[in-house]
Write a protein that binds this ligand. Sequence first.
Ligand code: RIB
Length: 295
Amino acid sequence: MKVLCFGALNIDYTYTVDHFVQKGETLSSKSLQVFSGGKGLNQTVALARAGAEVYHAGAVGTDGGFLLQLMEEAGANIENVAVLDEVRTGNAIIQKDKNGDNCIILYGGANQAITKAQVDRTLQKFEREDFIVLQNEINELAYIMEKAHEIGMKIILNPSPMDEKIPKLPLQYVSYFLLNEIETLQLLQSDDTDDIDGERLARKLLEKFPTAAIVLTLGEKGSVYMDQKEKVSQPIYKVKTVDTTAAGDTFTGFFIAGLLKSGSVKEAMDLAAKASAIAVSRPGAAPSIPVLAEI
Ligand code: RIB
């Protein structure tokens, strides 16, 4: 079974800071590092390093060659990535603080130049039951979902970063939601942040989307899988946090690859938890994602 990840590729500029910059403040950073990133690229790299047959679709400018090289070296097919002359590669400005936490500003660039023609050209190479993995950093998401549904592909949505476009998507077609508790609350249009209980949130989302499976990541509290037949709670593997960037993407890629390989949700959740623990113990986005042998 093939996995198509249609998503963003970014050049990540990671600034190490003492604290996140405040309103009106000018802050000197301790270092600047440049990494390959973008939620789409990170999830493709995670899928490939976890051993899945993965195809990436998206777009870069002529400055994005090294991102393509990294995905190819990881084992992903990059034939469906457009290289555009007139627009620069997407980028992210990331502040990383002393706890390894981050905050991110995105510039879409080529990620926002996806055309319906590119979607049609790409999706015609896939069939019923193939997986398509999506995040919210590219344009034409609704069109991609409609077309993938027509073909009968299984749609996996990581609705991140969450914004006003997500509730307008044809979410009834989604087979798997992979998301965190804040994104879940936003999808539920709830502001009940006082008592965030993972299992309760997953159940509420499942009530809203009864044909989907919910994979909810809860930071330090681990993660929960829930569908109509099965519930799995997965604790985290504790490590010293260096950089949390791409931890969620690593979880997503390894969960899907694990599920395709073993068919066992429990094994896939455990694999994903181990892989994301390794990712947070290392700097950067894509470079922090482990290969299967390390796990
Ligand atoms: O999920 C992490 C990613 O989010 C970073 O690599 C950055 O590019 C942003 O897209």
